[in-house]
Design a binder for this molecule. Sequence first.
Ligand code: ATR
Length: 277
Amino acid sequence: MHDDRPFLAAVLGNPISHSKSPRMHNYWLNKNQINGYYIPIKVELGDFEKTIKSLINLGYSGVNVTIPYKLAALEIADESSKTAQKIGAANTLIFTKEEKIYADNTDAYGFIKNIKSKFPDWDPKKGASVVLGAGGASRAVIAALLSEGSNKIVVLNRTIEKAQELKIEFNNKISVESWNHLNEIVAASSNIINTTSLGMNDETSVPINPLSIPKEALISDLVYTPLETKLLKLGKDRGSKIVDGLGMLIYQGVPGFEAWYGQTPLVTEELRKILIK
Ligand code: ATR
């Protein structure tokens, strides 16, 4: 049993000051009246493993891990979830009583939960999904869609070679098309998911012809600054279902909180407002 010391967790990355995770977990700690802390830690390159070992020695329950340590987090784990292995990266580490490291990746969970919280009947098995991008976020989305039984996933990426690598990693369960075919692929898709950084801060946008967006499609954008990206605005104007990226960020935090602090936190509108600020 845990004595009366506070429960401790952290988020490790570099940079880290922009992370919304501390605000989120400390909100949940307050709401649940838990004696615990969650702090951001900037880790210099080369110091990741050393930092993890120190936190274990200090009695931490676990950590979130963000860029650039998601691969390293999986590598140093003693055990890892199937999802983390499939994605090839971990964002949540749980330190066990035996001081072992268990690695999970909750991004896929967050992606699905976020959509289902808004559209409970959403079923990615119905119709094709197009995933824009081939980075870490794309891997998590592909793993999530496959775990939901989706059997038609098309990946488009500016650098097609990266998408082709993903196709091999996911045992040919996805197909790859040229970025130049964006509009025609989108027109044939029920789910359109942007995992690229296009649309961030409204400086760029996904170069899509609004008329190619099927009215009945669901559009999910992982970018959450702004909350309503140009892509989502286009989808909204078409009458499509739209899902912003803030929910995924919130839901991916739930399994870690449960593991470290022992309670299930609530995803509320109040929390969304606090994180938007
Ligand atoms: P993450 O881990 O968040 O997925 P990442 O690995 O850096 O981040 O991937 C960023 C994605 O955004 C990539 O798919 C990238 O395409 P490239 O592989 O061609 O670089 C995509 N991206 C970034 N800027 C882009 C742009 N201006 N046009 C198209 N795609 C872009």
